[in-house]
Design a protein around this ligand. Structure first.
Ligand code: RIB
Length: 311
């Protein structure tokens, strides 16, 4: 079993489902509302745990009642909370998510709350768990200094550093330098490279720009078009699997978390990419973000069915 660690957001998702999303000034009748554990960091680590890794989050919640949705989730999933701090000053992060039930697409507003209080010092307190980890995993929903500290520790202990640059925001170029695997979606890749991605050729051009910033391997997630891997030498386009999407919330998180789990257990890049593809494709067939992450046996069954790979 591999071990994945990193600073990550702990967010409660308030998800509303409707047959179509409202335009400005419109009210639509929804069909259901769900409150559940989310946050890109926590979703990714949940995906890694369910995929078979030990997964440790360095995160923060508030003192309010929303935090119990997250702590209950960690208890159920048997995930460590030893580096989960309780902020006295900020509320537990929350996200309002609107989901179009027909297309499965979503839009999200996050109030990060306590998650942005995860700082470099919190990451440093977890140093002993970086020593024997298999992968260090980050996103952009904790402070920039926590991400830079995690990357520094990954380099110190010679561990692969995976960065999911989401949600997109302006960051100093140094963030990208030395990243082993960068996993942007098309929107994020366009934001960081200026390349609008419609085709696989566009994806390759964007990946080349990201490699020039010091990233070693780029894996672009392309929604319905699947994913594209490029390391400057080898390229691989993996199309989506033919599964029906009902809710794409957390699909990118499923991908990055499973990729981290696979790399941490020593799988080669192509197999890890297929493992991540199976994981994210199963996650979109289910509602919710963290709750939609598949378990290892489900991923392995789809690996065998789709790629003939038995792990
Ligand atoms: O990637 C999906 C996640 O983004 C949601 O769970 C929400 O909390 C936001 O962080």
């Amino acid at each position: 079993m591999g071990k994945v660690i990193g600073p990550g957001s702990l967010i409660v998702d308030v998800a509303a489902y409707a047959k179509h999303l409202p335009v400005d000034g419109e009210t639509v009748m929804g069909s259901s509302l769900k409150l559940g554990p989310g946050g890109k960091g926590s979703n990714q680590l949940t995906a890694a745990k369910r995929a078979g890794a030990e997964a440790i989050i360095i995160g923060a919640v508030g003192t309010d009642s929303l935090s119990s949705i997250l702590t209950d989730h960690y208890a159920r999933e048997q995930m460590s909370t030893k580096y989960m701090k309780v902020s006295e000053t900020s509320a537990t992060g929350a996200a309002v998510i609107e989901i179009d039930e027909i297309s499965g697409q979503n839009r999200i507003i996050i109030a990060s709350g306590a998650s942005m209080e995860v700082v470099g010092e919190d990451v440093l307190k977890a140093e002993e768990d970086f020593v024997d980890c298999g992968v260090v995993l980050c996103q952009f929903e904790t402070s920039l200094e926590s991400i830079l500290e995690a990357k520094r520790l990954a380099k110190k202990y010679d561990k692969p550093f995976i960065l999911n640059p989401a949600p997109f925001m302006p960051v100093p170029e140094e963030v990208f330098d030395g990243v082993d695997y960068l996993t942007p979606n098309e929107t994020e890749a366009e934001f960081f490279t200026g390349v609008h991605i419609d085709t696989i050729e566009d994806a390759k051009r964007a990946a080349e720009i990201l490699l020039a910033k010091g990233v070693k391997k780029v894996i672009l997630t392309l929604g319905k078009k699947g994913s594209f891997y490029y390391d400057g030498e080898h390229e691989l386009h993996l199309p989506c699997l033919p599964l029906k999407a009902v809710d794409t919330t957390g699909a990118g998180d499923a991908f990055s978390g499973a990729l981290a789990a696979a790399i941490s257990e020593g799988l080669d890049d192509e197999t890890a990419l297929k493992f991540a593809t199976c994981t994210s494709n199963i996650s979109v067939t289910r509602k919710g973000s963290s709750p939609s992450m598949p378990y290892r046996h489900e991923i392995l069954a789809l690996m065998k069915e789709s790629y003939g790979i038995e792990l």
